[in-house]
Write a protein that binds this ligand. Structure first.
Ligand code: CDP
Length: 197
């Protein structure tokens, strides 16, 4: 079965948690596409060359989740050649046999516009910053400033800007528990699978 779940949205909206949970529930493969951009940013040197030569070892670094890596990712993510170098891998992953969940910023709009399910997961900037702060610690006001700066850069860039696909279901998780958000996503996916059979 070819079945793609595209989960897009701003920083720290809960895309990763929802993606991992539904991938496990439906037995789909999961790709966190943000990790690709984080690895390119962390590699240093020429970002285009870094994207073209990205290896498993680059993706296995243990410093990719820091605020600094997030900022570096959103900077290299504005470069068209960097994005282009990562398209084929993501597309092949999306349409692999057995089903796939991809989370990122442009999955439903650019990488896989034909995705069977598209979700745009969001929450208020304050809620998202608080969630990220619980993960990384430090100064919460600083975390909020970073989240807002990154969202602005992601939404305003010329190539593949962050925006909901016209046919995406918007899931605002500001007032939802993790379980509620996962349940909502699972219901949409189950209904789509049901509709196909
Ligand atoms: O986990 P969080 O939502 O904070 O970030 P991420 O998904 O790991 O993405 C890090 C950065 O990579 C984003 O701020 C984007 O600039 C970029 N990115 C992108 O441009 N396109 C994607 N499909 C995924 C991430």
């Amino acid at each position: 079965m070819i079945f793609t779940v595209a989960i897009d949205g701003p920083a720290a909206a809960g895309k990763g948690t929802i993606s991992r949970a539904v991938a496990a529930q439906f037995g789909f493969a999961h790709l966190d596409t943000g990790l690709l951009y984080r690895a390119v940013g962390a590699k240093g040197g020429d970002p285009v060359r870094a994207a073209q030569t990205l290896s498993d070892a680059d993706l296995a670094r243990d410093d990719l989740r820091t605020l600094a890596a997030g900022q570096a990712a959103s900077r290299v993510a504005t470069i068209p050649e960097v994005r282009a170098a990562l398209v084929a891998f993501q597309r092949a992953f999306a349409r692999r046999e057995g089903g796939a969940v991809l989370d990122g910023r442009d999955i439903g709009t650019v990488i896989c516009p034909e995705a069977e399910v598209k979700l745009y997961v969001t929450a208020s900037a304050q809620v998202r910053a608080h969630r990220r702060w619980l993960e990384v610690g430090g100064d919460e006001a600083q975390v909020l400033a970073e989240v807002i700066e990154r969202d602005k850069r992601d939404a305003e860039r010329a190539v593949s800007p962050l925006k909901p696909a016209p046919d995406a279901l918007v899931l605002d998780t500001s007032e939802m528990t993790v379980e509620e958000a996962v349940d909502a996503a699972r219901a949409v996916i189950a209904a789509r699978i049901e509709g196909r059979s």
